[in-house]
Design a protein around this ligand. Structure first.
Ligand SMILES: NC(=O)c1ccc[n+]([C@@H]2O[C@H](COP(=O)([O-])OP(=O)(O)OC[C@H]3O[C@@H](n4cnc5c(N)ncnc54)[C@H](OP(=O)(O)O)[C@@H]3O)[C@@H](O)[C@H]2O)c1
Length: 286
């Protein structure tokens, strides 16, 4: 069921040019390439260039992925201008605290060789220091060193703590979401607060691509299970960031704008929630 991403008119109006309007006043592409576990060096460079070539404009990296420098190199090597590209990177867990976060941001920015970062996220809600880190991120936003700031892996209690203490609401909450993991409370609280939900591991790290219901829907629409998972996320109004290190899959995963899942197909997929965390489970983080 289409539940209304900001800035898009409805499922069939979605295209590679579709963006969501973030509460910090900038637009973010609805589909991007993730580079977690894409090896640094040539592999990341080739993946990001293949993505640009296929039409992706959003790249999601992080300090801990070890490939920020390669993402920056790909941006410089591409024919695209900087303002056509939307780059996200993230504050790692060992870099929390006000001064530490400012330093970590500057190191990431320089490593990428960029003047500014489009979106800087707190990667994980590290207890104790996260509010101080958020103050640092709000300073980066006010100084224009980031165009938007946000959080990742924030569940309801983390969001409530932040908005109760801070004067800037995050633009984005990047959380694990797929039909097999639907953190409904965190999604609802994010939406209530005007925070865009960004779905990570939207392909379940390839762990559920053989699921019978998913394959039935894929057969019905004549697409691959991966296409169906991505399209489900887009029709839910999420920003979706699949990862592949393989140029042919990067291209293939982009073919999600010329078909639509029906209300019935969406309902079947909605019924697949089994609480499948493919990585970490932030609900348990105090
Ligand atoms: N904030 C966080 O804590 C957090 C955590 C996890 C991920 N993320 C972000 O979200 C991005 C995506 O999540 P993810 O990397 O965990 O998992 P994912 O996108 O759900 O799945 C990636 C896996 O699926 C495979 N794959 C890709 N396309 C495929 C296709 N068409 N058919 C079959 N297999 C396919 C990839 O293999 P190949 O590479 O071999 O194609 C890779 O093994 C990350 O790269 C990262 O940017 C953020």
């Amino acid at each position: 069921m289409w539940d209304g991403g900001v800035g898009v008119g409805g499922p069939m109006s979605l295209s590679f040019d579709s963006t969501v309007l973030l509460n910090h006043g900038i637009r973010m592409p609805v589909l991007g390439l993730g580079v977690f576990q894409t090896p640094p060096g040539r592999a990341t460079l080739d993946a990001v260039l293949a993505a640009f070539d296929a039409g992706y404009r959003l790249i999601d990296t992080a300090r801990i992925y070890g490939n920020e420098a390669d993402v920056g190199e790909a941006i410089r090597a591409s024919d695209l201008s900087r303002d056509e590209i939307f780059v996200t990177t993230k504050l790692w867990n060992t870099d929390h605290g006000y001064d530490e976060a400012l330093r970590a941001f500057e190191t990431s920015r320089r490593r990428m060789g960029l003047d500014h970062v489009d979106l800087y996220l707190i990667h994980w809600p590290v207890q104790g220091a996260r509010l101080e880190s958020w103050k640092a991120l709000t300073r980066l936003l006010k100084e224009g060193r980031c165009r938007a700031i946000g959080v990742s892996n924030y569940m309801v209690h983390h969001l409530d703590e932040l908005v109760g203490a801070a004067d800037v609401v995050p633009a984005v909450n990047q959380i694990e979401v797929s039909p097999f993991l639907q953190p409904r409370a965190a999604i609802a609280r994010s939406k209530d607060l005007g925070i865009q939900v960004e779905a990570y591991s939207p392909l379940t790290k390839a762990r559920r691509l053989r699921d019978a219901t998913l394959r039935a829907v894929a057969g019905h629409v004549g697409r691959s299970p991966a296409h169906v998972l991505l399209r489900w996320g887009l029709q839910k109004g999420f920003v979706v960031i699949p990862k592949s290190a393989r140029p042919e899959r990067i291209r293939e995963n982009a073919a999600v704008f010329d078909f639509e899942l029906s209300v019935e197909d969406m309902a079947l997929l909605d019924g697949l929630d089994e609480g499948l965390h493919t990585g970490w489970n932030p609900e348990a983080a105090p």
